[in-house]
Design a binder for this molecule. Structure first.
Ligand code: S3P
Length: 435
């Protein structure tokens, strides 16, 4: 195996074997919430295994601009919460970088804060749909101005008195659900959110851990206004979305065995395991346990021949972020894989239906776009070629996995995007490589 840095991008050469034990960095969704809820709570919140990716650092930076005091030593963070009543009007814009979670969850909290704040981010964030949160927050009473009538960032929000709502979200989105529930914590009466199928439920679990009386059943969650949060101890599990790259690599590499320790196993996030198992993967779940309201386990992966499957419906939100690397797996599976009901992929960090299909085609795979998904005809081998991340972290890492499995390897432009969620990705690849 060889990964050479070139002046323009990097070269990833094929690899025949991996071996070892690794831990992937902390879960991105849980790290964001731990920092945000810690900043809203009274008392100290102590977070361990906090993700040091750019996205979560953006959340910490925004909190500082809002007057929240915190200290960080490596992946350990202490937040000195004084309640969100004590947040102050930011003197400057809040820059969320590439982070949709920071933007949407922060809007939910700011909707109940009696001052104005302006949020923006990079070019990807400024093209992502925000009406899905600004419309319900406006209905609750927040005043929001932004490009194209508040549909796109930069957005300025003037928070204040809010009225609880019963909101039926048209999309299964944890960011939308969370934004409305967080606004609901300061609204008059009850706020209820129903989604078409259940998205990741970290907000519900963690708010309960912080002492909020949150009720949920099926696809509906509700809170009452006036709830106070109290500071907590949060041990963040490893991110299953980051583990996914190693699950696919460990399955499709010809030889070796890999143990990935302390992986978050929240059932709203384990769709990648279900999909890989259905495709024929050999992944064992070991030492299952629960800590801080979130299940976790060690995952042992060994090489296996995969076959194509159909993925759709309620399965989609459980693996939505893993589609790029799952598509790489599908291109090396026997037969066809079809992913449907996944139009949400078009509004992620990039239009991931388009960027994944075009990227796979450039590497010699047989992939086609569907309006709401992808159709991939697997083959015995992948040729390789030139790949681009388009600034999308999950594409960057999916292409590294493709390069390690491809006959000719790949030249990859834009690996630095991986910093968003997995800063030590290439280091871990080096660690398990055995040529
Ligand atoms: C996230 C929710 C999902 C996911 C994103 C993180 C979260 O987005 O794709 O990476 O932390 O709430 P949507 O809420 O847009 O589905």
């Amino acid at each position: 195996m060889q990964i050479n840095n070139e002046s323009k991008g990097i070269r990833i050469n094929p690899m025949g074997r991996i071996q070892g034990e690794i831990e992937v960095p902390g879960d991105k969704s849980i790290s964001h919430r731990a920092a945000l809820f810690g900043g809203m709570a009274q008392g100290e919140t102590h977070i361990t295994n906090f993700l040091l990716g750019q996205d979560c650092l953006s959340t910490l930076a925004c909190l500082k601009t809002l007057g929240v005091e915190w200290e960080r030593r490596d992946a350990e963070v202490w937040i000195r919460g004084r309640g969100f009543e004590n947040w102050h009007e930011p003197q400057d814009i809040l820059d969320v970088g590439n982070s949709g979670t920071t933007m949407r969850l922060m809007l939910g909290v700011l909707a109940g804060c009696p001052f104005s704040a302006t949020l923006t981010g990079d070019s990807s964030i400024r093209s992502r749909p925000m009406a899905r949160v600004t419309l319900p927050l406006q209905e609750m009473g927040a005043r929001i101005l932004g490009r194209q009538e508040g549909k796109y960032a930069p957005l300025t929000i003037q928070g204040g008195f809010l009225q609880g709502i019963q909101f039926r979200s048209p999309v299964a989105s944890a960011q939308v659900k969370s934004a409305i529930l967080l606004a609901g914590l300061r609204a008059k009466g009850e706020t209820m959110v129903t989604e078409p199928c259940l998205s990741r439920d970290h907000t519900e679990r963690m708010l309960r851990g912080f002492g909020v009386d949150l009720k949920s059943e099926g696809c509906t969650a509700k809170v009452r206004g006036g709830a106070a949060l109290s500071g907590q101890e949060v041990a963040v599990p490893g991110d299953i979305s980051s583990a996914a790259f190693f699950l696919v690599l460990g399955t499709l590499i010809p030889q070796g065995e890999l143990l990935i320790k302390n992986v978050g196993m929240n059932p709203t996030r384990t769709g990648i395991l279900d999909a890989l198992w259905q495709m024929g993967a050999d992944i064992q779940v070991e030492e299952e346990r629960e800590e801080c309201g979130e299940p976790r386990a060690n995952l042992r992966v060994r090489p296996a021949q995969l076959h194509g499957i159909e993925i759709q419906g309620e399965m989609i939100p459980k693996l939505i972020d893993e589609v790029p690397v799952l598509a790489v797996a599908a291109s090396l599976a026997q037969g066809e894989t079809v992913i449907r009901d996944a139009a949400e992929l078009r509004v992620k960090e990039t239009d991931r239906i388009q960027t994944v299909v075009q990227g796979l085609q450039a590497l010699g795979a047989n992939a086609r776009e569907l309006p709401d998904g992808l159709r991939i005809q697997g083959a015995k081998s992948l040729r390789g070629g030139v790949a681009h991340s388009h600034g999308d972290h999950r594409l960057a890492m999916a292409w590294v996995v493709a390069g390690l499995l491809a006959e000719e390897g790949i030249s990859l432009q834009g690996i630095e995007a991986a910093e968003v969620s997995f800063p030590n990705f290439l280091e871990l690849i080096h660690e398990i490589a055995e040529s």
